[in-house]
Design a protein around this ligand. Structure first.
Ligand SMILES: C[S@@+](CC[C@H](N)C(=O)[O-])C[C@H]1O[C@@H](n2cnc3c(N)ncnc32)[C@H](O)[C@@H]1O
Length: 375
């Protein structure tokens, strides 16, 4: 089989991190684009990227890209794609997607055309006139932007941010992929101590632990393509073993979480257990007003209440002011705080040493990073 082209959509702002990570995973021909990373390889790359990527939202096979100005263009373009290499004659292949700023603007009509065209190709290749679609799920996704059509086949199933440890979450949890990026940008390493004084469901602490111990985030979940007849099960076994062998069990990493809400603290401990990192994560009820910089060194990483989803803006800013006083400049200590509030630094009381634009869902935020002792 020739090399498969893949696309890994990710949160805006994480393309570089996502691409660097895929390169570290020895995946070939990795290129970052706006909102996604492209790469190529065989079924091993498919399984490895699903299991190991901390920042990709899903892994898709990029079946093809072509210009479309009419339904006929769409039908012919889809009909040329090698569906039979991935979809068996009994498999299900529903279609969903989006049209943006394009001549073809009706999503339901495009869905119908793509379905008809892929079905025609699959039927003629297998010599079957009726495709029963009772087998494994092969979700076809399409994206038509400015008359350019991308046809994709999803291999992940549930979004990759669903690691399998957070069935329950506190109010306003941060997305796992974003929390992982915050850990990376805050330079979490195997020897780090991480503190989240607003730990909620524990996402930042758990993602930091997974990163520090080099635990692949997908080890505790399944993927759509694991049920495909076209992907040998040995590939998944090899890649799971490779990921297990890479875990750094000797890491010194420890993490401490606090939250004013006892239920959030219980949830952090419960989720840490589900993620298999409970021996690295400690949590207790504490108000930020009682925060102290006790250990010798630590990386504080947090998403305090926003003033939109939790608390009102004034209350949120009061907390920023308290944080500014408590997060003192000290050797070995760094602080990374994500906030959508443009006046964060004024309220906190110091300009950040570094800022990075990130998106928490649709909310544009900055990660304010403080790591220098003396200005
Ligand atoms: C945006 S949520 C954090 C979500 C968390 N990162 C997660 O993924 O679930 C903010 C958290 O701050 C906590 N909180 C609010 N006021 C606080 C205070 N004064 N001290 C400590 N925690 C506080 C809330 O209980 C909430 O869990």
């Amino acid at each position: 089989m020739t090399k498969i082209q893949f696309a890994a959509p990710c949160l805006m702002g994480l393309e570089g991190l996502c691409a660097d990570e895929l390169k570290r995973l020895e995946i070939e021909n990795v290129r970052a684009e706006n909102g996604r990373v492209l790469f190529e390889g065989g079924f091993n790359a498919l399984a490895r990227a699903n299991l190991c990527s901390r920042y990709a939202e899903r892994i898709q096979i990029l079946m093809g890209e072509f210009p479309v100005y009419s339904f006929e263009d769409l039908f012919q373009g889809v009909n040329r794609l090698p569906w039979e290499e991935f979809i068996g004659e009994k498999d299900a292949f529903p279609v969903k997607g989006h049209c943006v700023s394009s001549k073809l603007s009706s999503v339901p009509d495009c869905q119908k055309i793509i379905k008809k065209s892929a079905a025609k190709r699959l039927g003629s290749k297998s010599g079957v006139s009726w495709l029963e679609e009772t087998g494994s799920l092969h979700q076809i996704q399409f994206l038509i932007i400015k008359d350019k059509c991308s046809i994709l086949l999803d291999t992940s199933g549930a979004g990759l941010h669903k690691r399998g440890y957070r069935a329950n979450s506190a109010a306003a949890p941060i997305k796992e992929t974003l929390a992982a990026a915050m850990a990376d940008l805050s330079r979490v390493r195997h020897f780090s101590t991480v503190i989240d004084p607003f730990c909620g469901s524990g996402t930042i602490l758990i993602e930091s632990a997974l990163k520090a111990l080099n635990i692949a985030p997908g080890l505790r979940r399944g993927f759509a393509a694991e049920k495909w007849g076209s992907v040998p099960s040995s590939v998944w076994a090899v890649e799971r073993e490779r990921a297990m062998d890479s875990i750094n069990k000797d890491a010194e990493f420890q993490a401490f979480g606090c939250d004013i809400d006892p239920e959030a603290v219980a949830l952090t401990l419960e989720n840490a257990k589900k993620a298999g990192v409970e021996n690295r994560i400690h949590a207790e009820v504490r108000d930020i007003r009682d925060f102290s910089t006790q250990p010798e060194r630590a990386a504080v990483i947090c998403n305090p209440p926003y003033g939109e989803r939790l608390l009102d803006m004034q209350q949120a800013r009061e907390l920023y002011k308290i944080m500014g006083n408590k997060f003192v400049q000290k050797d070995g200590w760094s602080y990374s705080i994500i906030s959508p509030d443009d006046s964060f630094e004024d309220t906190f009381g110091r300009p950040a040493d570094k800022r990075r634009k990130l998106y928490n869902g649709m909310i544009k935020c900055q990660l304010y990073m403080y790591f220098r002792r003396n200005k």
